[in-house]
Write a new protein. Structure first.
Length: 131
């Protein structure tokens, strides 16, 4: 793989997602059970936003009543995304300059088809320099 390789070759294809009805406790369970830090929020598989572990911590720290949680109010709307044909070079450039660690990957219809994190890129770098 090189910088011109499409992100579809490295992205995680099995994406754990939330929807607008996801409760706070359910989001935490998904983070813990799947060892993830970001949940794309979808409706009909189309990306609406992304809810992160940091978002969860901010909500908890605010002291708000958990029963008042609405993921739509706490998520990042219109997150930066990649198209499945975008390159690893583009992904690396975005993540190197961004204040976030994960990019949802979408297809032509805007449906979430994968997710790419800085950890994926570090694993690729590890394979390249250590094997």
């Amino acid at each position: 793989m090189d910088k011109n390789t499409p992100v579809s070759h490295l992205m995680t294809k099995k994406v754990i997602v939330a929807d607008l009805k996801t409760k706070f406790e359910n989001a935490l369970t998904l983070f813990l059970d799947y060892h993830i830090y970001h949940l794309p929020v979808v409706f009909d598989d189309k990306l609406l936003g992304i809810f992160s572990m940091t978002d969860a911590l901010k909500f908890y720290r605010s002291g708000a009543d958990v029963s008042s949680f609405e993921i739509e109010k706490e998520m990042t709307h219109e997150p930066t995304t990649l198209h499945m044909d975008d390159t690893l070079g583009k992904a690396a450039r975005i993540l190197a300059e961004a204040n976030f660690r994960t990019l949802p990957v979408i297809n032509d219809e805007g449906k979430v088809v994968g997710i790419l994190s800085n950890k994926d890129l570090v694993r690729l770098l590890d394979r390249k320099i250590n094997h």
